[in-house]
Design a protein. Structure first.
Lengths: 199, 154
């Protein structure tokens, strides 16, 4: 190794050392590439597992599932988790078009979540004032936690297996501060229930 | 306590129409939205907004219940809950703006102190490197100059 090579190696070593010393400052100036931004929504059964979701339900009987939302959007976000109820013929949210179901919201949770934060809640519900007339089932009220909500939802008896099917589903909306309004976040989860006269 | 008082008291002085309740809910939505936007900005500036988030959670709960009451045609309750929501977020935007400014000042001070320490560190490193280089170079040349020519016998 000749003298000039040693000199060059020494200069590069000094530059590397300077960069290491400057790294705390550089970290605050140089923007690093951000990871993928997304939100999570999940629905777990009563045992906190992906099983045992309530299916055969009778009027007045109380059931519960676990609902969760996670924020990986990189910032503080405001979510609206909208609970909706539909029968077999009513529209679901359109995942391809990114449009929500046009059905009215039964209940609405407002969540304020920091980045990497999650929210989970036990969603307890029961159907009230349920009437059966021929092949029509009508639910007048749904009790969500301690709140009675008017729904007035009918379901025709399924011709195949004679059940009265409803779907309880949850749409995730996110607040857009630019337009000062919530926008559908194209995420939803739900479960079907079969309304029976007596269990 | 103030919120509970408002929830209890406001229905007594409210006639109770769907229009008024609807307007109150819409106003509460706007108030909550602008409060959230201010808190989000403060959080973006790395301010500690934990207390403000708790307030937003409370206000969001009022608003959810106001919607339920409205759908149940309980307009008095819907109105009072919407007013409670607006009251809860009253002043949140100002607090968030204040926290944001404080966080920006603290961040700026922290940046300059880090920059100062880094620059001093770099300066010391350069001076030390020059000194070490001068020392090594001197020792190398002295060793070279101290070498005596040897005559090899053919």
């Amino acid at each position: 190794m000749n003298f000039e090579t040693v000199k060059l190696f020494y200069v590069f070593s000094c530059i590397a050392l300077c960069l290491v010393i400057l790294s705390p400052t550089l970290l605050t100036i140089v923007p690093f590439p951000e990871g993928e931004k997304f939100s999570e929504i999940w629905l777990l059964g009563p045992t906190h597992m992906m099983e045992g979701y309530p299916f055969d339900v009778s009027p007045g009987a109380s059931h519960h599932v676990f609902l969760g939302v996670g924020n990986q959007m990189g910032d503080l976000e405001c979510y609206s988790l909208q609970v909706k109820l539909r029968n077999e013929s009513e529209p679901m949210p359109d995942k391809l078009a990114g449009t929500p179901s046009g059905l009215p919201t039964v209940y609405d949770y407002r969540l304020f979540l920091r980045n990497n934060a999650t929210w989970e809640k036990e969603f307890s519900f029961s159907f009230q004032d349920v009437t059966f007339e021929g092949n029509v089932c009508r639910i007048s009220k749904i009790l969500i936690e301690d709140n009675v909500v008017n729904v007035d939802k009918i379901a025709l008896q399924n011709e195949g297996d004679k059940g009265f099917y409803y779907q309880v589903f949850f749409e995730l909306w996110i607040y857009n501060a630019t337009i000062s309004a919530f926008q559908f976040h194209n995420r939803y989860v739900g479960f079907w229930v079969n309304m029976v006269r007596q269990l | 306590m103030l919120f509970l008082f408002m929830v209890q008291f406001v229905p007594l002085c409210f006639a109770g129409s769907s229009d008024e309740a609807g307007e109150a809910i819409e106003r509460a939505e706007q108030d909550l939205g602008s409060a959230f936007a201010a808190v989000a900005e403060a959080e973006g500036a790395r301010a500690d907004v934990s207390v403000l988030l708790d307030t937003l959670d409370i206000a969001g709960g009022f608003l959810s219940e106001a919607h339920v009451a409205f759908s149940a045609r309980n307009y008095e309750s819907a109105f009072s809950l919407a007013v409670a929501c607006s009251s809860a977020v009253d002043g949140v935007a100002e607090d968030a703006a204040r926290l944001k400014v404080a966080a920006e000042i603290a961040q700026s001070a922290s940046f300059f102190s880090t920059l100062t320490v880094s620059l001093i560190g770099v300066g010391v490193a350069i001076v030390c490197a020059c000194f070490v280089w001068w020392f090594l170079k001197r020792r190398y040349f002295r060793r070279v100059l101290d070498m005596k020519p040897e005559v090899e016998v053919a």
